[in-house]
Design a protein around this ligand. Sequence first.
Ligand SMILES: Cc1ncc(COP(=O)(O)O)c(C=O)c1O
Length: 378
Amino acid sequence: MNIYFDNAATTPIRKEVITTISDVMEDCFGNPSSTHAYGRKAKTHIETARKVIAKQINAVPNEIIFTSGGTESDNMILHCAVKDLGVKRIISSPIEHHAILHAMDALDKLLGIKISYVKIDSNGVIDLDDLESLLKNDESKTLVSLMHINNEIGNMLDLVKVGNLCHKYEAFFHTDAVQGIGHFTFDMESLPIDFLSAAAHKFHGPKGVGFSFVRKNSGLQPFIHGGAQERGLRAGTESVHNIVGMCKALELAYENLDIERQKVLEVKTYFIDQITSLFPTVKFNGMCNDLSKSTYTLVNVALPIPKDKSLMLDFHLDLNGIACSKGSACQSGSQSGSHVLKYVRSEQLEDWPSLRFSFSILNSKKEVDYLIQVLKDF
Ligand SMILES: Cc1ncc(COP(=O)(O)O)c(C=O)c1O
């Protein structure tokens, strides 16, 4: 049996999306910047996709800038906020994705941008009082970048509270919503968010394509220089088939959201019950076993397995056809462990192996039963 429990890393592409992509590849190879019929056809595909994507999140089409994915979107927003909006300080958290953490380091090194990290508690929950005092105590132009759903532990941020707080102190608010778009609804007209990042491969779309939401009249200038694509903000010939594929994937995600969310949530809830029966002392990292404060798509568990055996756990799961993600890279001999777990795991549990299981509509309770049996046999 082969089981894929690593949907936070990437998701399988839906069949309908593959069909859409290959139809576009066959039917429309023109360069969208060309003015002849081939080019116009490609351009129409892109602009239709932009309109449809904008509609799905209640934005306006020119607030959607196509990129190569989450990493580029994150880098674009951070760099442009500094370059074009006079941002001198970025407030973020130590448990963001490396696309944010390393981009901030680069901005600090290159331009001396001040980086502040908001306090988090032992479950990785952002301390909003600390965020407020950081915002209050420094008047330099600030961008706050905090992720919507943490990709390792599943914690969910209250976007409205954080956005309102940022705006109260005239700071910009960016959220990395790579794990949220396609899984939760977004109403960009009413949400207090200035910038947002998304990636298609996290919602059953293709890899290498995503988008930035950039609120209109924000004043951002080009990030990648060259041609006039993406309203001059992001040069380079557009990946037409991928953009259309992303659009199809997002449409399908939102069309079926309620039913699919319920099914995935049932798998997660069942997983929590079963793993707790097998290991009554199991520790859930972060807030992932609190269904109101975490995404329905993932769990991160520290298992009470002796240190000498835990090194073999990854091999055992892999040999039995189960794909999940190590909560801590240490176990496979890597030098550095997860930067997220470093903050949320107590010292006593450092020897316990942590694993992230992340689910999609393609998973079932039967697969959880198989996993539990494989763990019992370990
Ligand atoms: C929260 C988050 N941000 C950013 C990224 C990077 O996205 P991409 O792989 O599309 O560059 C990921 C991917 O793992 C992610 O989970």
